[in-house]
Design a binder for this molecule. Sequence first.
Ligand SMILES: NC(=O)c1ccc[n+]([C@@H]2O[C@H](COP(=O)([O-])OP(=O)(O)OC[C@H]3O[C@@H](n4cnc5c(N)ncnc54)[C@H](O)[C@@H]3O)[C@@H](O)[C@H]2O)c1
Length: 274
Amino acid sequence: MNLFKDQVAVVTGSASGIGRGMATAFARAGMKVVLADIEAGALAETEAAFAADGHDVLAVRTDVSDRDSVFELALAAKARYDKVHILCNNAGVGGATGGAPGIWNAPQKSWQWVMGVNFQGVVHGLQAFVPDMIAHGEPGHIVNTSSIVGVWPGDGSIYSVSKHAVTALTEGLARDLQRQQTNIGVSLLLPALTATRINTGARNRPPELAPDDEHPETARFMAQMDARYQRDGMDPLQVGDTVLQAIVDDRFYVFTHPNTQAGIEARMRTMLES
Ligand SMILES: NC(=O)c1ccc[n+]([C@@H]2O[C@H](COP(=O)([O-])OP(=O)(O)OC[C@H]3O[C@@H](n4cnc5c(N)ncnc54)[C@H](O)[C@@H]3O)[C@@H](O)[C@H]2O)c1
């Protein structure tokens, strides 16, 4: 896709991490950016920082797990900028989801929360934006954030299930948009270790979906993980630049860390050798 100044990009989960990295890359390329996030304080801070840098932005508090909220986001984007060209379904949650070891013990509330944000959030984004992106007919691109675990063998976490679901959804989306001969490209973002706040995802967990009992060690473990991601993770701005280039190149699979492909090879080999 050729990038033009004044194109409009919508990025969910853009008040932090990878979403903010993508929003920054788009704004620096001269685009107008709609920032969507559930975390009001971080969203206001991000909007102020973008505006201070002279970027044209609109911030809309959004809960991607709530279909109505995402449709309101689409209405707000249309009211302000008319057409959307780039849609990044990126908002996601990670971290401990509770329960005894074994996927069969994962609490139902955790399934609802993680699948609601990581998977249904992407579905809602497609439902709310794609019809209008097709109708206006100008070139467009959709980026769905999965994870490298969305193409690796399942690891027994709800998170991994949600990311495999995003992978399958996005592969089907690309096929459908191509079959209908639209002007819309698709990318599947498969990040690995990035220095974001993903391990403190529980900060955005609704109280009604909070786990009934949290293991006393969980908080300490997540703090350790958070420190590791901050120390060893890739700069989210670098991920944002990678995504921008992938849109220009119309690349479907977008990896951030080349050393992660061994996991895919192992998965495929196991399948093919069975
Ligand atoms: N950080 C990594 O190493 C890594 C690796 C693979 C995939 N990812 C994926 O990248 C995406 C972005 O995560 P991140 O790592 O930047 O973490 P992050 O926590 O820094 O950013 C996630 C953003 O999503 C927002 N969010 C959470 N729930 C929401 C909801 N219901 N509605 C709207 N916004 C919501 C948060 O407020 C936050 O701003 C996620 O989909 C995550 O699964 C991250």
